[in-house]
Design a protein around this ligand. Structure first.
Ligand code: FEO
Length: 398
């Protein structure tokens, strides 16, 4: 991989094709990157580090790209361990390095790694000269942790954005978006943004989704900067697609979605599943976009992706212990935890002797401020179109 982003910026991150589950929760069918960068001037600054499992490869990248010169500064934009785990190893190689971060990160650096010395604390708008160039720091709390900040290199119009504008997916070929390919992508596109698009939405909805308000605040703050390149901590370096990725984050953080239906369901003996599939078929007949997620067998991250993508949620659950079938209840909890708003909602599900799930799903949706498109479809025992009218439901979703 060509690691030269520009004369002054080098990519020293790593591709992870091995990790199966990110944060112990989210599958990685296409892998993930841990991005880190060197800014080379009279002084050299390293922006963030990488995940611990990649120490040998990562440290080799740093040494090679620094071309034998010592690294003077380690800028810590974000303390989550996928970006900070190799701080001690960097300090071992460069004992005179100074850590540059903000006050909220200092106790985290001590708590995670026992490091207390050689720390320069910066605040909003502070700059650090590297020679001909300077790094400027802007606080971006809760994008995605409270200590998060971003670093701007004005001479290159480059934003080192931390997790913001990041995406799941290891990057094949080049790291720049003009030549990057999503690992394992089978699509025909030669343009990487469509390939990364769904994984970016899945990354945002699962990792950052709760923090729409603070993402909006950060976007507003950064709107005054001229940005021609975004170097985030995950995914390609964005140049060609800077407008696309900023528009995507703006839309997602405002909880705006396109017309379409995210159908989720759990099923014990297949009756609620038949209803879910009947709804999908009726939507297909009417040309309405939809996705279908079995929450018993599929990781919920894909459903959360589509909750952020589509403006309608159709949730199907049998009644279980006079309550909502647990996987669907857990899904609704996650929707609530992400503070999702401005959605239409439709509930359906089967019961055997007493129906409760549809009423309870509607109550949960009502508390979230969702618009109920009907009272839902609750049916006893086996599914049939007579007992569960999905054609009418689909009409309401057009
Ligand atoms: Fe990729 Fe919030 O760390």
């Amino acid at each position: 991989m060509d690691r030269k982003i520009s004369d002054r910026i080098r990519y020293v991150g790593v591709n992870d094709h091995s990790k199966v589950i990110f944060e112990g929760l989210w599958p990685l069918p296409f892998g993930v990157t841990y991005n880190s960068y060197l800014v080379i001037d009279e002084k050299i600054a390293l922006i963030d580090t990488a995940e611990a499992d990649f120490s040998r490869e990562y440290l080799s990248n740093v040494r090679e790209q620094a071309e034998g010169r010592p690294v003077d500064y380690l800028v810590v934009n974000h303390m989550e361990p996928d970006h900070s785990s190799l701080m001690k190893e960097i300090l071992d190689i460069y004992p005179d390095i100074r850590i540059v971060t903000n006050a909220k990160a200092v106790p985290m650096i001590r708590g995670y790694y026992g490091i207390t010395d050689n720390i320069i604390v910066v605040k909003e708008g502070d700059s650090l000269s590297l020679g001909d160039t300077a790094l400027t720091f802007f606080m971006a709390p809760m994008v995605h942790w409270p200590e998060t900040m971003v670093t701007y290199l004005a001479e290159e119009k480059t934003l080192f954005s931390g997790d913001a504008f990041g995406t799941f997916g290891a990057v094949d070929g080049e790291i720049k978006d003009s030549g990057a390919r999503l690992c394992g992508w089978l699509g025909e596109t030669k343009d990487c943004f469509p390939a990364f698009s769904d994984e970016m939405t899945r990354y945002y909805s699962n990792i950052v989704g709760k923090y729409g308000q603070t993402v909006q605040a950060a976007l507003k703050k950064l709107s005054g900067l001229e940005i021609k390149r975004i170097c985030s901590t995950h995914g390609p370096v964005w140049e060609k697609h800077v407008p696309d990725v900023t528009a995507r984050y703006d839309m997602l953080s405002r909880y705006e979605a396109e017309r379409g239906v995210c159908i989720v369901y759990g099923s014990m003996y297949g009756n609620t599943e038949k209803a879910a599939k009947a709804l999908a078929a009726e939507l297909a007949k009417r040309g309405v976009k939809y996705s279908l997620h079995n929450l018993v067998t599929e990781n919920v991250s894909y459903a959360y992706r589509d909750v952020f993508k589509y403006d309608t949620i159709a949730a199907g659950a049998p009644t279980y212990n006079n309550d909502i079938f647990p996987p669907v209840y857990n899904f609704m909890y996650g929707v609530s935890a992400r503070l999702v708003r401005n959605r239409r909602f439709f509930a359906f599900g089967s019961y055997t002797w007493a129906g409760a799930s549809v009423t309870l799903l509607n109550e949960m949706a009502g508390k979230l401020g969702f618009l109920l498109i009907s009272d839902g479809q609750s049916f006893a025992q086996g599914y049939s179109a007579d007992k569960c009218d999905m054609a009418s439901a689909a009409e309401l979703m057009i």
